[in-house]
Design a protein around this ligand. Structure first.
Ligand SMILES: NC(=O)C1=CN([C@@H]2O[C@H](COP(=O)(O)OP(=O)(O)OC[C@H]3O[C@@H](n4cnc5c(N)ncnc54)[C@H](OP(=O)(O)O)[C@@H]3O)[C@@H](O)[C@H]2O)C=CC1
Ligand SMILES: CC(C)(CO)C(=O)C(=O)O
Length: 301
């Protein structure tokens, strides 16, 4: 199958490496510098200190013309508007299946107006880190959950699922809302807390004061998001925190590196839900503004 990956960042390059095994893949980047480097030197894929150099088809996204059956969008949530603008200009989008892999749920309302054949959403449980324009490190094994958000022609997703890739599983989920909520709650608790407190994920369990905030904040979020099995979800959250105890969360890293964060996609969405349901959200509101304030200050901790 022909697959286009929009965004040659950590997740885009990770996907390019693994999907090339069974599919005809092309990565669409936005800078000519990155395209030239990848074209000249290939992609360097690193895992557990083993380095592979391979050829990957690469083009500028400005030249994208919806030729692929499956388009995977691997940009950050706040980078979606310019991608969607180009999608809307294409009269061939109706033939494509789009798969969006952004964290959070703030982007869903943006997808409704697209006239693609099928719109799928996914959550990524891998860790990946792009260290150069053509060098990505697979830092943590996981899986990608997929679900259909709109449309009923799932042939491209079925093809993806039917050709298993070693160490890179895809898992189909019936309920997109439940799938995204489970990931949202993890990111909504761990990311803002670690970013405000400037600590690794594990410290939210180890430091009794931070752990108190972790628990109280989960209670607020699980009410706003109407989480049905609160105990099970809380255990899952603790488990992720334990498994990633040495990680600096992506939000903390974004602030460290003076980049915008995905706070709008994550807590912006939570605050909209709270408003809709007329629920108080003191923790969420505070963490939202603390992170926005840090972004404004240039992310200096
Ligand atoms: N990295 C990880 O381990 C994980 C990431 N995720 C989620 O996956 C999503 C992607 O994250 P990640 O890969 O880390 O992010 P990165 O910032 O590494 O990559 C985003 C890429 O998108 C590119 N991009 C932005 N706008 C455009 C455009 N208009 N056309 C073409 N390319 C564009 C950027 O290009 P440029 O470099 O030129 O700015 C960048 O290379 C996020 O929502 C994140 O939360 C989820 C779980 C784990
Ligand atoms: C699971 C977690 C919290 C791991 O750090 C993550 O997804 C992130 O940092 O964005």
């Amino acid at each position: 199958m022909k697959i286009g990956i929009i965004g040659g960042g950590s997740i885009g390059l990770l996907l390019a490496h693994y999907l090339t095994e069974h599919h005809e893949v092309r990565v669409y980047v936005r800078s000519k510098k990155q395209m030239d480097k990848m074209a000249a030197e290939g992609l360097f894929f690193e895992k557990k200190k083993k380095l592979i150099n391979e050829t990957i088809n690469v083009s500028l996204f400005s030249s994208w013309s919806a030729e692929e059956e499956l388009i995977i969008v691997a940009v950050k949530q706040y980078q979606l508007p310019s991608v969607l603008e180009k999608f809307r200009e294409s009269n061939r989008l109706k033939n494509c299946t789009l798969l969006f892999l952004q964290n959070g749920m703030g982007h869903l309302k943006l997808l409704n107006e697209l006239n693609a054949k099928t719109i799928a959403v996914g959550t990524t449980e891998h860790g990946a880190n792009k260290i150069k324009d053509n060098h990505v490190i697979h830092t943590g094994d996981g899986l990608i959950n997929l679900s259909v958000y709109r449309g009923n022609n799932v042939s491209e997703l079925a093809e993806l699922l039917a050709m298993p890739i070693r160490n890179f599983p895809f898992k189909f989920q019936e309920d997109w809302n439940e799938m995204l909520l489970q990931k949202l709650i993890v990111n909504a608790v761990i990311n803002p807390l670690t970013a405000v407190l400037n600590v690794k994920n594990g410290m939210l369990l180890k430091n009794t004061h931070f752990n108190y905030l972790f628990k109280e904040y989960f209670k607020e979020l699980s009410t706003i998001l109407n989480i049905s099995n609160k105990e099970k979800t809380f255990r899952h959250l603790e488990d992720i925190c334990r498994k990633t105890s040495e990680n600096r969360s992506s939000m903390l890293k974004d602030l460290d590196e003076h980049r915008p964060t995905e706070i709008d996609a994550i807590l912006g969405f939570v605050l909209e839900m709270a408003k809709e349901k007329q629920l108080d959200a003191p923790f969420s509101e505070n963490y939202y503004h603390l992170i926005k304030g840090k972004e404004y200050e240039g992310g200096k901790n």
